[in-house]
Structure formats: C-alpha cells, structure tokens
Design a protein around this ligand. Structure first.
Ligand code: S3P
Length: 440
C-alpha cells in the first residue's frame, strides 16, 4: 500500500454496546520475531506454529531471507526455517527494511554485530525517529563497528569485527537491548553478562534454552558464553497478551456475561496489565493455565467491573509497557484519578504515547495531564469524536475500544499500522460484538 493510502484508513466505531462470547488473538509478536531470528542461526530445521503474520514479524522474516536463510510458510501461522548455523548467514544485496518494527531492528543489530559482512538497516518514518544508540553503544563496547544517523536509523553495521563478551548494566529497562546483547554474545569470546534495572520480558532467554544454549538467569542478571551452537527446535507461539489487552479492557469496561479470551501467553514478565487492572478493581480470572513449549499459556475470563483510579506501582511499568494506551482508556472509565509515573519510555515507542494519548483522551472530553514520565487521568464520561492515532497501532486499537463507553461514535484516523501487530483486529472485535467498520 502506498504511504498516502495507508494514512487514510480509519475505524468508525459506533458508541456503546458490549463484548461477549469467546475469542482468540493471533500469535505473540515478541516470540515470533525471536523464533525466525534464532531459527535462522540454528543448525537444522526449526518449525514454528502460530507465527504472527503481521508486518513487523514479516520484516524480520524477510530480513532473514535476505541474509540467505531459506524460510517457507506452508500454511497460515506455520513457518519452517532452514537454519544455517552461527556462521552461515550471507551478505545481503540491499538494505534490510525493518518497516515499523523496533524489535526487528534492535535484535538484528545484535545478530549482525559479529558477522563477516556489513549491512544497513532502514525503517519507516516512525522507526527512523526512534533511538538506536541504546543498542549500538553497548554493542560497540563488545567490539562492533556501528554508525547511526544522529542516534537513529539508518544504522550501518560494519562487518569483520571480533566481539568480546562484556558485563553491561542497561541504563533503561529494555528487552530489545538485552536481547541484542545476548544475541551478539553468541558470537563473542567469553561471557556476556547483562544486568537490568528492572525485569523485562525474558522470551530471548527462554527461547535460547529451547535451542539448547545454556543461559544463566537470576533476578537482574542474565549471562551466556559465546560460540554455543543452537540446535533446531519446534516452537509454539502463544497468543499475544499485548493484543489480548484490548479485549481484556473491553471486557472489563463493557463485558456481558462470561467473556473468554483463549490461549493467551501469560509469561510473568508480560502480565503487568492484569496486575494493574486488578488493583483498579477488575475481575479477571486465569483458566486452564498450561505450557506451550517454554512459554506459559492460559484462557482469560473477563467480567465487567467497576474500576477505581490508582497510582500505578512503578515496578509494574516495564511489565505492562506496551499496554499503556489501552490502560489509559480503562483509567478514563474509572472512578477517580489514575497516575502513571516512571514511564518515560512511552515517549519513544511507535509514537510519543504520553503526548498522543493525552491529546486523544482530551479530544474525547477526558482530563488527561501529561508529565515528563507519565500521565494522570481523571476518570469521567467519554464523548465521541475524531481521534488521531498518529500512525501508532496500539493507540488506534485503544481508541476503538474507548467507543464502547463513549456517548457518541468515535472515528479513529490513520489505522493501517494495526497490521504491524494485530492483523484481523477489526474482525475479532466484530466477532466479540463490536460494530467497528474499516473505512477510507
Ligand atoms: C519488545 C520489547 C519492548 C516492547 C516492544 C517489544 C521485545 O521494547 O515495547 O514492543 O520484543 O523485546 P523495549 O525493549 O524498547 O522496552
């Protein structure tokens, strides 16, 4: 789709209504990126089930193909990766386009840091504004040669560098940076140790173990030794909690009866949203908890609940980092004020989510006061109207959910990027009972 066409896509969402019945959401974005990237450098054939076929994950998949890895998609959600081993990647013949995907870019920086060849990573307008030095700087300490453009993409990775393991303390809690360093650490001499100021998602550590790499984890510290070989694995991707989040909030603010979201990943480094909503008074029950390979999975039963405003505990912020757009909508529906602090990272996501959410909530008649590192929201009555998503997929979906409690219809503009993480969002919303329409 051409850029101008994309920005004209909108959601028209009638106000009111409810969600009910049962749904399932597509595969986890973070796990899907890692499955093709690590499968690419494993020895043997890795099979991935329930791979998320979104634009972001396909950017990683196409990048691996451009590095000479054979990847097939024999059926929906099924991906077969012919791993080439640690040293089997080939130089790409063109720049690698990561689209909108920060995860694709930062994890690929870790992968490319120790290759014989160089490569240039580019992205769309949003990704081209996002900070890359947080990954580049520690990778340089390992011996990589990397040029960024004033700290942002395009990123040029120079080849032929010998990497050395380092002991690195991250300045910001970031699973992408942690993962980039661990992946580079596979190519380094000696031990790579990453210390994080707060726990972040641990999918890379879990998946490396599934590929047979010994990874040592203890609270605040992860370590691995270089040159460990990866052995092909069979991977089952759980449903994405970050996609389920929109429907969890929908069920809490407008559920009817027992609303069930099946097969959702409940890795404890991802479940901050559930903890925060429960502190606000939400009734969310975990059913049928089990394992999908190395990742925990469950069905979530959500009941309509009266919410109250809270001060969100700072320790929960990194565990819910992608869920704040829809959490802010829940806060708008709560009695009293909700205060989020310690969340400055939200300013460097696909959009400045503090500014963009404050603007959109204000457009819908909610008092939302941005601060440098968060937002305070006074619960009230959502009005209808027109909201700009600024091309941010999670902002677009959050405001579609807000319509459930609005006094008139909501038009959410610029929603094409929903396809980066949640293709089929509108169809699943309709299945749950919402009368959302995609319009141009
Ligand atoms: C992700 C890590 C988080 C998250 C992103 C996915 C990952 O980013 O916001 O959507 O898959 O590692 P940061 O590492 O920048 O916090």
């Amino acid at each position: 789709m051409a850029g101008t066409d994309r920005s004209q896509a909108s959601y028209r969402v009638p106000h009111g209504g409810c969600v009910r019945g049962e749904i399932a959401v597509p595969g986890d974005k973070s796990v899907s990126h890692r499955a093709v990237l690590l499968g690419a450098i494993a020895e043997g054939t890795t099979e991935v089930e329930n791979f998320l076929e979104s634009e972001d994950c396909l950017a990683t998949l196409n990048a691996m193909r451009a590095l000479g890895v054979g990847i097939e998609r024999p059926a929906a959600g099924r991906v077969v990766v012919e791993g080439v081993g640690l040293d089997g990647l080939q130089a790409p013949t063109a720049s690698l386009d990561m689209g909108n995907a920060g995860t694709a870019m930062r994890l690929s920086m870790g992968l490319l840091a120790g290759q014989r060849f160089g490569a240039t990573l580019v992205g769309d307008a949003s990704l081209s504004r996002r900070p890359m030095e947080r990954a580049a700087a520690p990778l340089r300490l390992m011996g990589a040669r990397i040029d960024t453009s004033g700290g942002r993409p395009p990123v040029t990775m120079h080849g032929g560098c010998r990497l050395q393991g380092i002991d690195c303390t991250l300045e910001v809690p970031s699973a992408q940076v942690k993962s980039a360093l661990l992946i580079a650490g596979l190519y380094a001499e000696g031990e790579t140790i990453v210390r994080e100021p707060a726990p972040t998602r641990d999918h890379t550590e879990r998946m490396l173990r599934a590929f047979g790499v010994p990874v040592q984890s203890e609270p605040g510290r992860v370590a691995l030794r270089g040159r460990a070989r990866l052995h092909a694995a069979h991977l089952q991707v759980p449903g994405d909690l970050s996609s389920a989040a929109f429907f969890i909030v929908a069920g809490v603010i407008a559920g009817e009866g027992r609303f069930l979201i099946r097969d959702v990943g409940i890795n404890p480094t991802r479940t901050g949203l559930l903890a925060i909503l429960r502190l606000m008074g939400a009734d969310i029950r975990v059913r049928n908890a089990r394992l999908a390979g190395d990742e925990p999975l469950a069905d979530l039963e959500v009941h309509a609940s009266e919410l109250k405003g809270i001060e969100v505990p700072r320790a929960l912020v990194p565990l819910a980092i992608d869920e704040f757009p829809v959490l802010f909508v829940a806060a708008a529906c709560a009695r009293g004020t909700t205060v989020v602090a310690g969340a400055a990272e939200l300013r460097v996501k696909e959009s400045d989510r503090i500014a963009v959410m404050a603007e959109g909530l204000s457009a819908l008649g909610i008092e939302a006061l941005p601060r440098p590192d968060g937002l305070s929201i006074v619960g009230g009555t959502l009005q209808g109207g027109r909201v700009a998503s600024h091309g941010d997929h999670r902002v677009a979906m959050a405001f579609a959910i807000a319509a459930l409690r609005a006094r008139s219809d909501v038009l959410v503009e610029d929603v094409a990027n929903v396809a980066t993480s949640f293709p089929g969002f509108a169809a699943i919303a309709r299945h749950a009972g919402m009368a959302i329409e995609e319009v141009r």
